[in-house]
Design a protein around this ligand. Structure first.
Ligand code: WTA
Length: 683
C-alpha cells in the first residue's frame, strides 16, 4: 500500500514530544495552549461549523454580507453564500487602509548568481553576475498594492475580463505573486504552471482552461544557469493558437525570440499603466484559481478553488498552525515553489491577511552552497520555517556542518509537508535545526483541500515523529473501509473527510464526472483523499501512502499514467509501466519498465543504454525534468495477470531491490516466470 513508510517502522515509534516549555512566551502567546483547549474548540467547530466559521470570516472585509455560512449538497459545498468580497483587497487594501501600508509584506531573496557578461546565451545589455551577493527586495503592503494595480490594468488592456483564466509560467520572483494578486483583483482566475514543466505541459493546461494570456519571464535562475521560460512558452504557442498575449518579465537578460503583436515586455507595459484599479466585487463562490495536479489517469486535472472559503481557511490555518502574530518581528518562510499549492496558500494567500512578512526565495537549497537556507534564516531572522521531507533528507546527507555554521536561534516553529516524514529525518530536524526548542508541525493536506487538514498546533499538540497527529478545526477526518465504517485502532484504511470545509475543491475544471468519480464514489457520502492511513491509540493519524496511481517524488505529485503516456509516445516504446521505488532522498523514485518496438529491441548494450538516455530526455520534454525515470528497464513483456492487468506489485518489488538495482541490466529481461509464480501466489 505504501511506497515510503513501512507500517512496522511507525508502529514501534513511541517518542512523544510535548510543546517545548517557553514556546508560548517566545511567540508572544500561543493561540491554542493545550490539548484540552484544542479538543474543546475542535468539538465546537464540528458541532457548530456555521458559528465557528462565521466568526472567523467576520474578521475580513466583505462588500456584501453572506446570507448563510454554509450549504452542503453532496458533493457541492458553498461557503458564505451570497457574500461578496475580494481576496486581493483583503491581502493588500485592508492592510493599507488600517495604517500598515509601510509594513513589510514580502521579503524576496534572489539567487546569488555569478555569470559573467560574456556568459553563454546572455543578451545585450545584460548586467554582470552579482558576484554571489544575494539580491534582496523588501516590499511593503503599499508597494505590493501599487504594483498589483498597475499589472491588473495591464491584464485588462490585454482584454482579460472577469472569469478569464490567465496562465502564469514564471520563476520565483515577486512579480509572480503580484500577477496572482492582480488576477484576484480583477476576478480572472489564475492557473500557475510550475516553471519546471515542459512546453507540452503548458499546451495541455492552456488548452484545457482556454487561457489566452500567459505571463512569463525571459528566464529563471537555478543553480547559476538560466531556465529558458520564454523559449518554452514560444514552443507551446507553436503548438496551439489559443494564446493571444504573452507578457514577459525581464529577469535573466538571456536572449529571447520575439513575436510582435503577441509579446510584450512587462516593464514597458507596466510603465504606462495607471496605479488605480478598483477591486472586482466577487461572489464568495466565484473561482479564485485553477491549479493542475496529477491523478490516476494520464490527464492532469484542473482543481478549482473559490474565493471566500479559501480566503478564510488559508488565513486561519496559517495563523494557528504557525502561530503567526503581527508586530512581533516574525518572518515566515515557506520554501515551496508557488507552482504548487503550498506556495499558493502559504507564501501568498494565507500569509498576507495575517500581516506577518512572507519570505520568498529564488534558486535552489544547495547553490551557491549547501548552507544557502541557513544563511537566509540567519540574515532574515526567520521565525517560522516550512519545508519538505525530501529537503530535510538532503540536508542530513550534506552534513551538519552547514546548519552549524549559522545562528538559527530565531526559529520558533518548524513545518513539513508533501510526503510522510521518516522519524530519522524528523529527529534531525528537531535536533539540528530546531535545537530541540521548536515544535515540528507535520501538516497533511492536498491541492484539493486548499489548506492544512491534519496537523499539530505548535503550543498544544504533543508530537510523535512521523505522525501528522490531529485534524484541524472544522475537519472531520476518519480512516474507514469501503462501507464508510471506521477501522479499529492501528489498522490501515482509507483516509476520508466526512464534512465539508471552507477551502475544499469545488470541482475539476470542465470534468464534473471525474470530480464525482475520483472523490465521492468509492465511499458513499465522504470525500476520499486518495491516501491510506491508520490511527493510533491516541487517535493520531499516520499517513501510509497513496491508494491510486499517484507517486510522490521528492514531494512532487506525479501520476504514473502520465509518465507511461509520455514513454509510449516515443516511437521505440510499445508498452510501459511506471512504479515508485524507495529512494533515500526523494522518498520515492521513478522506475519504468518498457517493452520495445522490434526495430529497437535488437540493439547491443551500448545502443540500448543510449536509448535509455533518449527516453529520459523524451519524458523531460513531454512533462518536465521532475518526471524523468530514475531507472528504466527493458523487458520482453510486462508481467500481467490472466485478465490482462499489469502486475504492479511485482514490478514494485523488482524495482525496490528484490533484484539488485546495480544489476540494472540493459538487455531485455524476462519477468514471465516470476509473474507466473506471483500470480499463483496472489490467486
Ligand atoms: C502527500 C501537497 C504524508 C499525500 C500539499 C497527499 C503527505 C499528497 C503530507 C498531496 C504529510 C502531503 N504526510 N503525506 N504531511 N502532505 N502528503 O496535492 O499523499 O501536491 O495526498 O499537496 O501528498 O500532494 P499535493
Amino acid at each position: 500500500m505504501s511506497d515510503s513508510v513501512s507500517i512496522e517502522s511507525v508502529l514501534t515509534e513511541n517518542r512523544v514530544f510535548e510543546p517545548p516549555s517557553g514556546f508560548s512566551e517566545s511567540v508572544g502567546g500561543a493561540y491554542i495552549k493545550s490539548l484540552d483547549e484544542y479538543h474543546a474548540l475542535h468539538k465546537r467547530s464540528i458541532d457548530d461549523p456555521e458559528g465557528f466559521w462565521g466568526e472567523i470570516a467576520a474578521e475580513f472585509d466583505w462588500f456584501e454580507p453572506w446570507s448563510k455560512v454554509m450549504e452542503w449538497n453532496l458533493p457541492d459545498a458553498k461557503w458564505f453564500v451570497g457574500g461578496r468580497t475580494n481576496l486581493c483587497h483583503n491581502c493588500l487594501d485592508r492592510q493599507v487602509n488600517a495604517g500598515h501600508g509601510d509594513d513589510v509584506a514580502m521579503i524576496w531573496e534572489g539567487e546569488p548568481y555569478s555569470l559573467s557578461l560574456e556568459g553563454e546565451g546572455r543578451g545585450e545589455g545584460a548586467p554582470p553576475g552579482n558576484g554571489g551577493t544575494p539580491e534582496v527586495r523588501n516590499l511593503t503592503y503599499h508597494d505590493l498594492l501599487t504594483e498589483t494595480c498597475k499589472f491588473a490594468n495591464v491584464l485588462k488592456s490585454c482584454g482579460v475580463k472577469k472569469g478569464d483564466v490567465v496562465t502564469l509560467y514564471m520563476g520565483m520572483v515577486p512579480e509572480l505573486a503580484i500577477a496572482m494578486l492582480a488576477c484576484a483583483r480583477i476576478g480572472a482566475p489564475h492557473s500557475v504552471i510550475f516553471g519546471g514543466f515542459s512546453s507540452q505541459a503548458i499546451v495541455d493546461r492552456v488548452v484545457d482552461a482556454s487561457s489566452k494570456v500567459i505571463v512569463t519571464c525571459d528566464g529563471g535562475w537555478r543553480r547559476g544557469s538560466v531556465v529558458p521560460l520564454k523559449d518554452n512558452v514560444d514552443a507551446a504557442c507553436a503548438k496551439t493558437d489559443m494564446v493571444k498575449s504573452v507578457i514577459v518579465l525581464k529577469r535573466c537578460h538571456n536572449d529571447v525570440q520575439w513575436t510582435d503583436g503577441r509579446d510584450h515586455w512587462w516593464h514597458e507595459v507596466v510603465a504606462s499603466a495607471s496605479e488605480e484599479c478598483s477591486c472586482e466585487s466577487m461572489d464568495s463562490e466565484d473561482m479564485l484559481f485553477l491549479l493542475y495536479t496529477s491523478g490516476s489517469t494520464g490527464k492532469p486535472k484542473g482543481i478549482m478553488h473559490t474565493t471566500g472559503g479559501y480566503m478564510v481557511y488559508t488565513y486561519l490555518t496559517s495563523k494557528y498552525v504557525f502561530n503567526l502574530v503581527p508586530d512581533r518581528d516574525q518572518v515566515f518562510w515557506c520554501t515551496a515553489d508557488i507552482g504548487w499549492v503550498t506556495g499558493h496558500s502559504y507564501i501568498v494567500y494565507g500569509l498576507l491577511p495575517n500581516r506577518v512578512p512572507t519570505l520568498m526565495y529564488e534558486g535552489a537549497p544547495n547553490f551557491p552552497d549547501a548552507a544557502r537556507f541557513w544563511d537566509i534564516v540567519e540574515r532574515h531572522k526567520v521565525t517560522q520555517f516550512y519545508t519538505a521531507p525530501t529537503a530535510i533528507r538532503a540536508f542530513m546527507k550534506w552534513g551538519d556542518e552547514h546548519p552549524r555554521k549559522h545562528d538559527l536561534s530565531s526559529l520558533k516553529v518548524l513545518g513539513t509537508v508533501g510526503e510522510p516524514i521518516n522519524p530519522e529525518a524528523w529527529m534531525w530536524y528537531h535536533k539540528v535545526i530546531g535545537n530541540e526548542k521548536c515544535p515540528i508541525v507535520d501538516t497533511w493536506w492536498q491541492t484539493e483541500t486548499g489548506g492544512h487538514m491534519i496537523t499539530p498546533l505548535p503550543g498544544a499538540t504533543p508530537t510523535v515523529p512521523g505522525s501528522c497527529t490531529l485534524p484541524f478545526f472544522g475537519i472531520d477526518a476518519a480512516v474507514v473501509n469501503e462501507n464508510g465504517e471506521e477501522m479499529p485502532v492501528n489498522t490501515g484504511g482509507l483516509l476520508v473527510i466526512r464534512k465539508p470545509w471552507p477551502a475544499m475543491l469545488r470541482g475539476i475544471f470542465g470534468d464534473r464526472e471525474r470530480f464525482i468519480e475520483t472523490y465521492f464514489s468509492r465511499v458513499e457520502g465522504m470525500y476520499l483523499a486518495g491516501d491510506s492511513a491508520r490511527r493510533d491509540e491516541r487517535g493520531y493519524f499516520w499517513i501510509m501512502g497513496r491508494i491510486d496511481d499517484v507517486i510522490n517524488v521528492a514531494g512532487h505529485r506525479l501520476g504514473t499514467m502520465e509518465i507511461e503516456s509520455a514513454l509510449v509516445s516515443h516511437e521505440s516504446v510499445v508498452e510501459a509501466a511506471v512504479v515508485g521505488m524507495p529512494h533515500e532522498i526523494k522518498g520515492t523514485a521513478i522506475a519504468a519498465f518498457c517493452t520495445l518496438d522490434p526495430g529497437h529491441s535488437t540493439g547491443d548494450v551500448a545502443q540500448l543504454e543510449t536509448l535509455k538516455q533518449t527516453l529520459r530526455t523524451h519524458v523531460a520534454k513531454e512533462i518536465g525534468a521532475i518526471a524523468k525515470p530514475d531507472m528504466i528497464r527493458f523487458t520482453d513483456a510486462l508481467p500481467k495477470t490472466r485478465s490482462g492487468k499489469i502486475m504492479r506489485r511485482l514490478l514494485r518489488s523488482i524495482a525496490s531491490g528484490d533484484t539488485d538495482p546495480n544489476q540494472d541490466t540493459t538487455t531485455l529481461e524476462d519477468f514471465s516466470v516470476l509473474a507466473k509464480l506471483r500470480e499463483s501466489e496472489e490467486g
